[in-house]
Design a protein around this ligand. Sequence first.
Ligand SMILES: [Zn+2]
Ligand SMILES: [Zn+2]
Ligand SMILES: [Zn+2]
Length: 426
Amino acid sequence: MSSIKLEPHEGSGRSKAVARKPLPVGSIIVQCQAHATVLLPEVKGHRCDTCHRISPTLQKCTGCAAYWYCSVDCQTLQWQTHHRRICKRFAKYTASLGYQALAPHEKLDALLLSHLVAQLEDINDARLATVTSLLPGPVESPAPPISCSPRIPESVVRETYARFGNNNFVIHSHLTTFGHGVFPLASRLFNHSCLPNAAAKYTLSASNVPRMDVVALRDIAQGEEICLPYLDPALLQSRQQIFQLTYGFECRCPSCLFFEKVGPIPSPPTDTIQRDELALKLTQFIKATPHDGLTLTAATVSFPNDLLPIFHESFVTYVAQTFRDASHDGPYATALSSGETLLALYRLIYPPNYPQIGMHLLELAKTYWNSIVSENMDLASESAVKQECRRYLKDAKDILEIFGVEGDEDGPLVEIETLETLLQES
Ligand SMILES: [Zn+2]
Ligand SMILES: [Zn+2]
Ligand SMILES: [Zn+2]
């Protein structure tokens, strides 16, 4: 906390976190403990319900048969924090009509709310005050039924739930989401930007709940506001609506000001050939433009009008899908061209050093490597492809080393090392 201070935010009741001193790129700005977390259904029984680490030998809670732990310590910790108030009621609760009627994301919220409320001793509990001191969302939705007791009045549960939509975070490992969490300190400190100068990563350790580390993505000057992304900035058309409906604010970041200036984004062509031409034009434009400061901001004056359809969400989705489909087993020409287009898009949409750019650079390097392994190349082309592979790997490493290690063991930085060794030995 000593590296930041809270100041009033111009023109709103909110506050903002500003750097008290210069913060170098890659530094951890603040660490926040989770007040409550919940695992996505697809990783239940695969990750420990307390520390969220992956373990092949999880032990099931014999009381409810619905929570899994990697150790006695993890089980004891969760029992004392909230599970003792949930275990016996759990089966009846999840079978109830009220719970069954919920949509999947509401079920997740209901469990998270249960985990949070079950921790409260009474309504004077300090943890409750921490949560209710956060700003509520703009729309009050009815709180879902929860699995713990009526010790805590319904009005308090509702008040707690009103903070969920706009304050909770997704928890990820190697940038893949596996759960949701309540981190009141991070919610209180950081405002959103679509071009954030910081990002959240998670540390998982034995017998502990997950911890959020907020990392500086670039050098941050003294007095500069520190922002996090509340959602994926690549949701180019839907993000403003989500901000208004879920968060109750209008984003005025340099990227949003750019899109306000250019107006509605024209639809991309539906014809595949025309769409590929558009993609080619984009990569040519990027190659002809210097890399630094390529991210689009309101200050960008010279963006060609005929390229605007690339910012249509449907175009971003199309390119990402094409790359995903072809990057593992080919055709590699398709994978590499769509991969280049996606990289160009990410560089325009995301701020410099954004971890998703690093992950994509690694995917591109792996795709180049796969093409060497599976295609018969003459020595000259092989050496050219290896050079490309090395270049992407280096760019990936530069970005991902800033973000640092996240979540489970291994991960992208280890993958980079392995690929580097393969390239050296081949
Ligand atoms: Zn554990
Ligand atoms: Zn249980
Ligand atoms: Zn924005």
